[in-house]
Design a protein around this ligand. Structure first.
Ligand code: SF4
Length: 286
């Protein structure tokens, strides 16, 4: 084959692979129906923008054609997508799926999207609720006072931020740090699900009740009950294997900071957190 044809074939295969990864990566129904991209046309009212996005680029206007684009789902392509490293999967997710996400109203008030940080092959993954003001400014989860406290906890366990992965349920800051709204969680949580699927950690630590509720799908339990419950997050890894990842729910560092000095006669939350985290670390060695 002529080298030019070979290069074209390679480019086409790569493009197909990327499309397939989109299909494989997202849970069914979690993203808007894909539409054909017609450069230069703008979506009409009610149409979903394409998720197509290159690193650093503005979102491309996506126009709708009458028929959805056929997406290749051949076994061969799936096999290749499965061979991507967790880092490649996360990079693809950040650049192509999240991009300059406008799926919910928080896009209007955020400064930066706070995707996640850490080791793509981490055994332990920390999940908080949503970015705060410092995170929103810096684009990194768990910075500021709460992040510093988390770093102290990690150090006590002999871990650093580079060894774990840290993310939030919501990738954008709710104004004035209000609680996430259900529609925001619904629209954003597929990103977290995809991160978990890419990393496939041995244990997930949910920091705070909201993260615990979302991951365990148990909104009937208070945080203390979640701490002592046996909870799992079920994830399809590369669409071939369903894993039950243990969830350890504990207090959010912001809660611990607020509680300090106000807990006369009550067991300090931080001591309970360290017990929970020690349990989580023990689970990674199973
Ligand atoms: S919170 Fe999530 S769904 Fe909403 S705009 Fe940000 S990234 Fe998109």
């Amino acid at each position: 084959m002529h080298p030019r044809n070979l290069a074209r074939q390679f480019a086409a295969t790569l493009a197909e692979l990327r499309e397939t990864w989109d299909v494989e990566y997202w849970p069914a129904g979690s993203i808007p129906a894909r539409t054909a991209v017609a450069p230069g046309r703008s979506p009409s009212e009610g149409e979903s923008p394409s998720v197509s996005m290159e690193s650093g680029a503005e979102p491309r206007a996506a126009a709708v054609t009458s028929a959805p684009v056929h997406l290749p789902v051949a076994g061969e392509m799936r096999t290749q997508a499965k061979q991507w490293t967790p880092a490649t999967k996360l990079d693809y997710l950040r650049k192509r799926n999240v991009g300059d996400c406008q799926r919910c109203g928080l896009a209007r008030s955020r400064t930066k999207i706070v995707f996640g940080v850490g080791n793509p092959e981490a055994k332990i993954m920390f999940v908080g609720e949503a970015p705060g003001a410092d995170e929103d400014r810096q684009g990194e989860p768990f910075v500021g006072r709460a992040g510093a406290r988390l770093n102290v906890w990690l150090a006590e366990l002999g871990l650093s931020r580079d060894e774990v992965y840290i993310a939030n349920v919501l990738k954008c800051r709710p104004p004035a740090n209000r609680d996430p709204k259900p529609d925001e969680v619904e629209k954003c949580s597929p990103f977290l699900q995809a991160q978990i699927r890419a990393i496939a950690p041995r244990v997930i630590v949910a920091l705070g009740r909201h993260a615990g509720m979302l991951l365990s799908r148990r909104d009937d339990l208070r945080l203390n009950a979640m701490r002592s419950a046996t909870l799992y997050y079920e994830v399809d890894v590369d669409a071939v294997e369903t894993r039950r990842i243990p969830i350890v729910v504990t207090y959010h560092p912001s809660y611990v900071l607020r509680q300090e000095g106000t807990s006369d006669g009550v067991e300090p939350a931080e001591r309970l957190v360290m017990q929970d985290l020690a349990r989580a670390v023990a689970l990674t060695n199973l």
